[in-house]
Each structure stands twice: as structure tokens, then as C-alpha cells.
Ligand binder design. Structure first.
Ligand SMILES: [Ca+2]
Length: 477
């Protein structure tokens, strides 16, 4: 009898305890990051694009649309680095996209959003493009895998879907290669999210899902029925618009999955692109494309949705970006920022209640491979810095680049008012000399800081070994 009483008491304790932890975790928002690849500022319908994007349009209508939202870099690996660490990618040492077999990677010493949220009791999962290290593990390289960077679960690729978005053969699930797939990459990713909910989701814990679609990066493949939605476009345009539409459809599937489980109401959702487009016309009137530090290379669509916390239908023109996600989540999910390193981003939470943002470190982009190499935004102004060097550039980072990165000196500047001159045509260095003289030393100070912090990678590709087709577009005359 005494034993029975003891067992009942234990069961009661466990039930109460479990329901308490469920209650406690209900207070912590789930986090869903949806990231497009190479999608331009004006690709989504709600940003003035021609593609059908009803799901993301709906997300924007019911959340906050950011019209001056920036990726941390004009190409893939550094952008993802900035998103996951809240630090400028050059400070972390991700100076460029990571080529296959490359020694450059996201160091294990970096602290990612996944690691921080895991410490807070979150389940964590990554779906889609990784591009922060070799994947799967290569014993010669021995680079941190998604699980080492805080992701309990992972289905993705090292870089792009190969041979295209259709039936990719290079997916890796939790370290094991998946060579046979059936379908389009974004749908495979969305279906895997559903599988994850069915098989792995523990409802007593909050979750962090990082969904990085391969779309709309080339080489694209789109469903025929969606291509037919654009009968008046050229074949190439129709395929591209259908690619945006397919990614939107996959985003809708994931959002519906959360909704059907009653989870969307307590989920912080953010959608953005990892950099500007490679395709003229898809960044609207902004100057430049992917790979450039003019706005066309870095300004991207940004949507934040958080039911009950953000009133729907708002358009925010404050400069913000993916570098701000980590500090935003620190405030939204109530955890401490790492205090042993510089975090460059700023929490966007004040903007959700229409307060002003106080940004300590300006948004800045140092991309050594671009000409010019650097830009920095403060308020409505963007300062551009150019080294005017003669160091040859290659597509993947090579040995000659490392000394250039560490020793870069800026020689020439351009200043633009982004609101008055979104196409960045009218250089104000002389006419707005007061602003220029304020911004220039700040840029140099920050550049010196990140030059000092960023690791010096040994064992990079030798410049001479890089095929000429990966040199010609990138050699400065
Ligand atoms: Ca990209």
C-alpha cells in the first residue's frame, strides 16, 4: 500500500513537472528561419516582382516588411556566417564563398544561434544549403559539421543542389549521403521538415528550424505547371519566376505544417535572401548584382512575422539585416549574448513596437573580391571604399588574397544618399563633406578591427593552380 502510494505520488510529480516544463517552454517562441539563395530585392510579388508568391506575401501582410533589409555579404558562405553568428563574416574569417575542398570554413570556436538556443532547451534542425564547411565530413579537412555547430538534425548539401534543383544527388542526412531523391529541392526540404515533425519533434521543447532553400540559385529547375503560369514571359524568365513560386510554395507547406500543429502562433518567423541576384532586373533600380557591395548585391527582401508581438501590415524602412537575427533572438527568446567576442548585429525587437533602433556598430560589408571592396551604411547614407589595388582576384579564395585582405588600404571613396538615390549614381563625397568626414574614420576603424580579428588561413589554393576561367572576370586591370 505504502509502495502504491509512493508510485502514485511519483507519477503525479512527473505529470506536474512535465506540464510545468511544457508551460514554461510555451513562453519561449519557436524560431523558423527561411532563407532563399540569390533571390533579388524585387523578386517576390510583395516587393514588386512578377513571380507569384502568395505565401510569403501573406506572411508580409501579417507581419513586418523590411524595405531596407541587408544580407551580411554579397555571396553565400559569408552571408550564412553573418546570419548564424551575428558577426561580420570577415571578422569570423569567411572572406568569400567556400569552394569545394577549401580550407576556409566556419570555425568551431564561433558560437551559432543553434548552439545558443540548444543551451536554452531548444530542439535544433537544419534543412537545405549549408556552405559553411565540407559536407559530409572529409577526413583530410576535418571541418565542423552541422551537429558541431549546434544542429541536432540536418538534411542538406555542402553547396548547391547538383545537377540542378530537380532530383539532386548530393543531399546528406545527418552525415550520410542521400544520392537518390525524387522531386525539386525546395519540396524535398519542405517534406523533410514535415518528416522531422512527425518523427523527431518533442512537443515539450521549443524548436529552431533553419531552412536554407537552394532556390533560386542557378542551376535552376522549376515545375512545368508553374512555368506555364507565365505565358507572356521569355522561357528563361518563366523558369525563373516559377522557381521563385516553387520556393514560395515550399515555404507555404512549412508554414501550414506549423499552423496545423497549432505552433505558428508562438513562432518567430523570418524570411530573407542570402544575397542579391545574379540576374539583371531582379534587384529593381538598385545598383549592382550578387558579388558587389553596392545595394543590388546586398539589399534583400526581409519579412518578420511574430503573431501577437508584431502587428500585421507594417512596412519598416529602418536599415536592418540578417546580422541582427542573433541579437534579436537573444532578446526575443531571452538568452545572454556571448560576452567574450564582438557581436556586430543589433536586436530588432524595439522596431516591432515602433521604437527607434540604436545601432552601435554600423552595418558594414567588406568583400575583398569585389571592386569596390567595402560599404558601410549609417542612417540614409552609404559610404563605399575602394582599394584601387592591382592584386589579381580569383573566384575561389587563393593564397595571394590573404595578404591583400590583411593589408588592404582604402584609397578612394563614394558617398550616396540611399533614400534619394537608390541607384547609387550621385557621389556626394564633396557636396556632403561633413557626413563623409564623419563616416570615413568609422569605416577605417571598423575595417582595421575586422582585419585584426579575422583568421589568416593557411593552405589556400595556389593562385597559379586556379583555372583561367575562374580568373578572367575577377582580374583587376
Ligand atoms: Ca547565394
Amino acid at each position: 500500500m505504502k509502495n502504491l502510494f509512493y508510485i502514485l505520488a511519483c507519477i503525479l510529480f512527473l505529470l506536474v513537472n512535465q506540464s510545468c516544463s511544457e508551460e514554461k517552454n510555451k513562453l519561449k517562441p519557436n524560431v523558423l528561419v527561411l532563407l532563399a539563395d540569390d533571390m533579388g530585392y524585387t523578386d517576390l510579388y510583395c516587393f514588386g516582382g512578377k513571380a507569384n508568391s502568395p505565401n510569403l506575401d501573406n506572411l508580409a501582410e501579417n507581419g513586418m516588411k523590411f524595405t531596407h533589409f541587408y544580407s551580411p555579404a554579397p555571396n553565400c558562405s559569408p552571408s550564412r556566417t553573418g546570419l548564424l553568428t551575428g558577426r561580420m563574416p570577415s571578422r569570423v574569417g569567411m572572406y568569400n564563398y567556400r569552394a569545394n575542398l577549401h580550407t576556409m570554413h566556419l570555425p568551431n570556436s564561433e558560437i551559432t544561434i543553434a548552439e545558443l538556443l540548444k543551451n536554452e532547451g531548444y530542439q535544433t534542425a537544419h534543412f537545405g544549403k549549408w556552405h559553411l564547411s565540407c559536407l559530409p565530413q572529409d577526413s583530410n579537412l576535418n571541418q565542423p559539421q552541422p551537429i558541431d555547430q549546434g544542429f541536432d538534425y540536418s538534411l542538406g548539401t555542402e553547396n548547391n543542389a547538383i545537377p540542378s534543383h530537380l532530383n539532386p544527388t548530393n543531399f546528406v542526412r545527418n552525415g550520410e549521403s542521400v544520392t537518390e531523391t525524387d522531386g525539386f529541392s525546395c519540396q524535398l526540404v519542405a517534406d523533410e521538415v514535415k518528416t522531422w515533425f512527425n518523427n523527431f519533434y518533442r512537443k515539450e521543447e521549443p524548436f529552431f528550424l533553419y531552412v536554407a532553400f537552394h532556390e533560386v540559385h542557378s542551376k535552376i529547375a522549376s515545375p512545368e505547371n508553374m512555368i506555364q503560369n507565365y505565358p507572356h514571359a521569355t522561357k528563361k524568365d518563366a523558369e525563373y519566376f516559377a522557381n521563385v513560386e516553387n520556393m514560395d510554395y515550399a515555404s507555404g507547406k512549412i508554414l501550414d505544417e506549423l499552423k496545423s500543429r497549432g505552433l505558428l502562433e508562438n513562432t518567430f518567423v523570418i524570411f530573407a535572401s542570402d544575397n542579391g541576384p545574379y540576374r539583371n532586373g531582379s534587384s529593381g533600380n538598385l545598383r549592382g548584382l550578387k558579388g558587389e557591395v553596392y545595394d543590388g548585391g546586398i539589399r534583400v527582401p526581409g519579412i518578420v512575422y511574430w503573431q501577437g508581438k508584431i502587428e500585421g501590415g507594417q512596412i519598416n524602412e529602418t536599415p536592418a539585416g540578417l546580422i541582427d537575427v542573433l541579437p534579436t533572438l537573444a532578446e526575443a527568446c531571452n538568452f545572454e549574448l556571448p560576452n567574450d567576442r564582438k557581436i556586430d548585429g543589433t536586436s530588432l525587437v524595439p522596431l516591432f513596437t515602433n521604437k527607434q533602433l540604436e545601432r552601435k556598430t554600423p552595418l558594414m560589408w567588406f568583400f575583398y573580391r569585389a571592386y569596390p571592396e567595402i560599404s558601410m551604411r549609417i542612417g540614409d547614407y552609404i559610404l563605399i571604399g575602394n582599394a584601387l589595388d592591382s592584386v589579381p582576384r580569383t573566384h575561389p579564395t587563393a593564397d595571394l588574397d590573404m595578404d591583400f585582405i590583411k593589408n588592404i588600404q582604402l584609397k578612394e571613396f563614394e558617398l550616396y544618399s540611399v533614400k534619394n538615390d537608390p541607384g547609387q549614381q550621385n557621389n556626394l563625397v564633396e557636396s556632403e563633406s561633413e557626413i563623409f568626414n564623419k563616416m570615413k574614420p568609422r569605416m577605417i576603424e571598423l575595417l582595421n578591427e575586422i582585419k585584426n580579428d579575422g583568421p589568416y588561413w593557411e593552405g589556400l589554393f595556389e593562385y597559379e593552380s586556379i583555372p583561367s576561367k575562374f580568373k578572367k572576370r575577377y582580374i583587376r586591370k
